[in-house]
Design a protein around this ligand. Structure first.
Ligand SMILES: *Cc1c(COP(=O)(O)O)cnc(C)c1O
Length: 395
């Protein structure tokens, strides 16, 4: 098999051809700045407002509650810094979890340096945050609870509606980083008690460098990016019209086909999980088996280094990752795998395979065959594995 097998859709996705086609006119024909007054610009403005409506409808939100941003990291930064600043007279305490994306965690660390206090909640062995733990952590000075919708490494889907309910019972704002979940699983911000939600175009077959923040009309925060009066004076900068139109097209396609996509990805995922579990000894599926993104497979294989596994998979045309794209290149084990209680040496041997509806069963079988061969080969060179096998025999 010489074709590339792309299994890193949590890092980014392909742009769908329909998305690219929808964007093209806003580069080649109508390149106007939608803030200008002539009718040429009015057409771009209309395309942008239609896009806003598509995204709002997909979440059960109002169009006035959708703000276009430069992506997931910007949306996360805006929420944390914006709420911290605007609500500081009420308090300086924020609640989040230990398994958030670095766009949340590093922003929280930044706020800690500026006098805020952050509670990083533990998760259970499957990566679940419990609403009870959230409730216990709430204090009179808590101004924000930020818990991700679904984890980007292990795919665990958090009990968002219940956490939102707890937040609201205590009069605290609730944000969710839904970058991995939006346009992949159904989300309704009303039913799920969500005040703010971050999403990013390139994680659902849209373009890179565009995202949005859903912010309920009841939330009053200032801008992160100061400048012009775009986005009702809350996010300055000339609109990325092609990006906005492309992201909305991707959202529209994803929501129109969501049931089929979920069914297809789940079948691929479960087949791959079953084969790896059955055929490779001393492995562990990370993340919750049931409350799991339909496209996420994450394993630890004892006695091997995740990096070596990745290199050998790459030689066979397979794009995979260990942990998240943001931490690859560093030798620290994933903070998510440590938070679910894995010891360092096991967390090092992790493999994340994230699928899309473009993958096939043949590819899953090819990947399972290759992974099995590679793990066997790496273990045959591992003194740790050798010792382990000897010990097993002695017993
Ligand atoms: C990718 C990702 C982000 C960052 O989004 P960008 O658009 O790449 O800035 C934030 N949170 C999660 C959970 C992600 O997976």
């Amino acid at each position: 098999m010489s074709k590339l097998i792309y299994l890193d859709n949590a890092a980014t996705t392909s742009v769908k051809p329909e998305v690219f086609e929808a964007m093209k006119p806003y580069y080649l024909e109508n390149y106007s700045n939608p803030s200008s007054v002539y009718s040429f610009a009015g057409e771009a403005k209309k395309a942008m407002e239609d896009a806003r409506k598509v995204i709002a409808d997909s979440l059960g939100a109002a169009a006035t509650e959708i703000y276009f941003t430069g992506g997931g990291s910007e949306s996360d930064n805006w929420v944390l810094k914006g709420v911290a600043e605007a609500y500081q007279s009420k308090g300086k305490h924020i609640i989040t979890s230990k398994i958030e994306h670095h766009a949340i965690l590093h922003t929280c660390e930044y706020l800690e340096k500026h006098g805020y206090e952050v509670t990083y909640l533990d998760v259970d062995e499957n990566g679940l945050v419990t609403p009870e733990e959230v409730e216990k952590a709430i204090r009179p000075d808590t101004i924000l609870i930020s818990i991700m919708f679904a984890n980007n490494e292990i795919g665990t889907i958090e009990p968002i509606a219940e956490i939102g309910k707890v937040a609201h019972e205590h009069g605290v704002l609730f944000h969710t980083d839904a970058v991995q979940a939006y346009a992949h699983v159904p989300i309704n911000v009303q039913e799920m008690n969500i005040d703010m939600l971050s999403a990013s175009g390139h994680k659902f077959h849209g373009p890179k460098g565009i995202g949005f923040l859903y912010m309920s009309n009841k939330v009053k925060i200032g801008p992160l990016i100061h400048g012009g009066s775009q986005e009702r004076s809350r996010r300055a900068g000339t609109h990325n019209v092609p990006g906005i139109v492309g992201m909305a097209k991707a959202a529209e396609l994803a929501h129109a086909n969501m049931d089929q996509t979920i069914a297809k990805e789940t079948a691929l995922r479960d087949h791959l999980i079953e084969r790896l579990e059955k055929e490779i000894p001393y492995c562990r599926l990370n993340g919750d088996r049931v409350k799991r993104l339909p496209n996420n497979v994450n394993f630890c294989f004892r006695f091997i280094e995740g990096e070596s596994l990745l290199i050998l998979l790459d030689q066979n045309g397979i794009c995979a990752s260990s942990g998240s794209a943001c931490t690859s290149g560093s030798l620290d084990p994933s903070h998510v795998l440590l938070a679910i209680g894995l010891p360092h040496e096991i967390a090092h041997g992790s493999l994340r395979l994230t699928l899309s509806e473009d993958n096939t069963m043949e590819e899953m079988d090819f990947v399972a065959d290759q992974a099995k061969k590679i793990v066997e080969r790496l273990r045959s060179m591992s003194p740790l594995y050798d010792d382990f096998v000897k010990q097993q025999k002695e017993q």
